[in-house]
Design a protein around this ligand. Structure first.
Ligand code: CA
Ligand code: CA
Length: 618
């Protein structure tokens, strides 16, 4: 927790030293923002008492309103920052007859970066390739931060799947060159915000929140990951290498050890129930025209787990807190995009408000929401769509679960890929969807395809050539496997070589087996091809009705055409190319992107068994 320990003020005025443990959020702000409004939330013992008065004196900054709420330990100050205000420091002077309450709080306004949208806050597009990392499980760059004394959970044991393992942000920064070599352009970390949580009991076991989804102070990057300094360094280093960073946002809930949960500003800060009510984890009550009000309420207001209190975003103070935090983190660190956790569990109006506010300040910023849904209809409902619904979402894109399942199925039966993509008319811009074969919440895809390397390659090729922003999960390039059995920790194992004591280092070619090197090189070849292919990055998609287990699709622009032929059969298939003349046109040669071989296009083409042939047409 970032606390201001403030000693002072009355020593001069009345001869008393007052000291208080104060939380101030946002911790600082900027001049030059598009929105002139700022609400500062101050938490301190009796600070919001009726006889407290507040004074701010700084050119261009006016204190519009002092809001007192149910809990007198809080004040919410509404400020207006005029366009003429300069960066600098001022004092928030809280006067009270009781010297234990009176306090002077220093506050800073920085200058908004002029590089937003130029060298930082760049946005992420289908031209990118995202690598998803769970920082605790990737690489331990700094063993000295593995345990931070004074935090609620100081357990550290790599042999326990539910303990922290010591991976951190420096471990990611140290491997940016490895990722760049693989063809990665963008890194998405599961949450790095402080989780100063006591251990929880889940499924009969004692667990840490190594995964990061239980925030206890939005304004502090977890010190076990290296703190705010390490995160700034990661983002800046990534940008200097031409790479980008996506941050994981959690608006829906916080950890029950969050400082404001321990002393709630008001009762309806959280979604409260007369007895504990879990969310149903069902999205349908929100889009189902026949849904009952109670089912809707259970989806959005039910708690994700008993130790993740659900925030009431219909409370304007909560909404403002979350919106300002998201803007703060974007400007403070310069991140390029947000992945929003548990998207449809949030209040629908709040979601549109926060997306609007973020894009208003940062026009290039990318936002996609985690929508674990079965069908494109539901995926489209929660994003910017072409459907005539009462609620119109403004979310740019989703994490495209329906396409994930279609692609995994597609290596056996191409039909589902075709039928899933044919429903893209529902989305305003399906190219903004984040597409993936697995992530930290799913079985690893190499296991799903039965550790069949041919199917692994088909799935990778599909991921890297179809529409959308592709994302790979750490370790997939070295064939990391496992099902979520007995727990999701099985798909969150440590990257071999990420710890100095590891017996093998799979970040290096010599540490990998032959098959792992084949996997690594296959991802690398297609990812680097992608980097130079306008057709893949920006082109349109045209797909043909699958025929006898063979699925043909094209990515194309006016100047480039890529032809992909997926043969899901266990024997070779020959196709007649005349059917594809609309796209093949006058092209006479094709380059097999995986091998570099160039060959003449004949009237027929034979594709080997279980293979996705990616060809650049010449
Ligand atoms: Ca560490
Ligand atoms: Ca909720």
């Amino acid at each position: 927790m970032k606390k201001l320990f403030i000693f002072l003020c009355y020593i001069l005025a009345v001869g008393h030293i007052c000291s208080q443990d104060i939380n101030v959020n946002p911790t600082h702000w900027w001049v030059g923002m598009k929105s002139p409004e700022l609400q500062i939330m101050i938490h301190g013992n009796k600070i919001g008492s009726a006889n407290s008065t507040v004074k701010i004196s700084y050119p261009g900054v006016s204190l519009k309103k002092v809001n007192r709420v149910t809990n007198s330990n809080y004040l919410f100050l509404d400020l207006t920052i005029s366009p003429t205000a300069k960066e600098g420091k001022f004092n928030i002077v809280i006067n009270n007859p009781d010297p234990q309450i009176a306090i002077t709080i220093p506050y800073e306004l920085h200058a908004k970066s002029k590089n937003d949208g130029k060298t930082r806050v760049l946005g992420v597009t289908a031209a990118d390739f995202i690598y998803l990392i769970m920082p605790d499980r990737f690489s331990n760059g700094d063993p000295s931060n593995d345990v931070i004394q004074g935090m609620r959970d100081t357990d550290h044991d790599r042999n326990n799947p539910f303990d922290r393992h010591g991976g951190d942000i420096l471990g990611v920064t140290n491997h940016l060159d490895y990722l760049k070599d693989l063809g990665i352009t963008t890194v998405w970390l599961t949450p790095v915000v402080e989780n100063d949580m006591a251990r929880t009991q889940e499924g009969g076991t004692s667990r840490s929140t190594y995964h990061g989804y239980a925030f206890t102070d939005q304004y502090q990057i977890d010190r076990r990951f290296g703190g705010n300094e390490a995160y700034s360094q990661l983002v800046n280093t990534a940008h200097s290498k031409g790479m980008k960073i996506i941050q994981d946002a959690v608006y829906n809930h916080v950890g029950n050890d969050h400082w404001f949960v321990k002393d709630l500003p008001m009762n309806d800060w959280l979604n409260q129930w007369s007895s504990y009510t879990n969310t149903s984890y069902r999205d349908q009550p929100l889009d189902d025209p026949y849904a009952s009000s109670i089912d809707k309420k259970i989806t959005t207001d039910g708690w994700f787990t008993p130790f993740l209190p659900d925030l009431n975003q219909r409370n304007p103070y909560v909404s403002k807190f979350l919106i300002q935090y998201a803007i703060w983190a974007t400007e403070e660190f310069g991140i390029d995009g947000w992945r929003v956790d548990t998207y449809f569990y949030n209040d629908p109006k709040f979601l549109n408000d926060i997306n609007t506010a973020l894009v208003n300040e940062f026009p290039k910023l990318t936002i996609f929401g985690e929508t674990s849904v079965a069908n494109p209809t539901q995926g489209a409902y929660f994003s910017d769509n072409n459907i005539n619904t009462t609620y119109k979402s403004n979310l740019q894109g989703i994490t495209d679960f329906p396409l994930t399942f279609a692609m995994l199925d597609g290596v056996n039966n191409v039909e589902r890929i075709y039928t899933t993509l044919s429903q893209d008319f529902l989305y305003k811009n399906p190219m903004r969807n984040c597409i993936f074969l697995d992530n930290h919440d799913l079985d690893r895809f190499y296991s799903v395809v039965g550790e069949d390397f041919a199917k692994y390659k088909m799935a990778v090729a599909l991921l890297l050539t179809t529409r959308g922003i592709p994302q790979i999960y750490y370790g997939s390039e070295i064939l990391m496997k496992n099902f979520k059995n007995p727990s999701d920790a099985e798909v969150r194992r440590d990257f071999p070589g990420g710890w100095q004591t590891d017996p093998v280092n799979k970040f290096e070619q010599g540490g990998r087996t032959d098959l792992e090197n084949q996997a690594f090189n296959y991802v690398k070849t297609l990812a680097n091809f992608r980097k130079s292919s306008e057709a893949i990055q920006k082109g349109k998609l045209m797909q043909y009705v699958p025929d006898n287990g063979v699925y043909v699709y094209f990515r194309y622009t006016a100047s480039e055409t890529v032809m992909c032929v997926l043969n899901s059969n266990t024997n070779s298939s020959t196709i007649n190319l005349s059917r594809f003349s609309e796209r093949i046109g006058n092209f006479t040669k094709a380059k097999d992107v995986a091998t570099g071989t160039i060959f003449n296009l004949e009237p027929t083409l034979t594709i080997g068994p279980k293979y996705l042939l990616v060809m650049e047409l010449h």
